[in-house]
Design a protein around this ligand. Sequence first.
Ligand code: GRG
Length: 302
Amino acid sequence: MTAQSFADRLSHARALTEACLDGLLGPEPLAGECERPETLLSAMRHGVLNGGKRFRPFLVLESTRLFAGPEDAALRVAAALECIHCYSLVHDDLPAMDDDDLRRGRPTVHKAYDEASAILAGDSLLTLAFDIIADDATELDAKARLMLISALSRAAGIGGMAGGQALDLQAEKIAPNEAGIVTLQAMKTGALIRFAAEAGAIISGASDDNRARLSQFGTVVGLAFQLADDLLDLTADAATMGKATGKDVGRGKGTLVSLHGPQWAEARLGQLVAEAEALLSPFGDKAEILVEAALFVATREN
Ligand code: GRG
């Protein structure tokens, strides 16, 4: 597959996901009669419909396609996952966490609205995600929906993203060793990516073996995603050195890149892409786009 056709598929997934999210965050309540406070809904839309690569939704859609699973259900699961990813960014940007003014080139939700709205928008996006999957409109049998809800809540919660974020905050005081860094990154960034890859197997009713294989693939892609992110931070730090605030400079501390250097990280990224490819080799050409996805993550520029 050419780089162009991979880019086309990613952009197609992005367009589908954004149309789905636009509908889910529209004026109509998702289920039942309820009022949606206008400002809160607007803050949620600000946090979600603001650009973004939509890489996690893309993985859900493509892992479902690998098993010829139902695309409509996959799209709703992809949108639900993106709601959780966006909630995490909204909360991560808050003054109590990273205290950022800009996200995806636009004011963060607490800057465009206020802190209370940003907290509530994040909370509402988190719960909306589970509502989307549980709803009958996600046309999967009840067992599959429950499996997705269970896997996603674990990926987002204390054993996954939120727990990883807590470990990351703790790492500012007590520097973790290499194993600690890998664990916290696998939780904070990797857990949602692993879920994205595994979701296609659940949506499609694939075998336990295939679900485990996709889960392992997601783990490897998650590690590559974070390592590439740390390399990008290093480049950003070098570019802003001298004019940045103290908070910005040295973001690369406590990462595998700061421990081993950029050349090691580049080589490790190559290994991770090879591991991802090997994991998907039993699927042959059908998995080509997922292998491209691993390469995309390792070589991305934003
Ligand atoms: C607040 C519970 C809670 C968790 C926050 C995701 C996160 C945990 C923090 C974000 C900090 C960060 C920059 C982590 C590095 C990896 C990462 C998640 C990058 C952002 O994801 P992308 O690159 O962003 O997919 P887009 O904007 O493309 O969606």
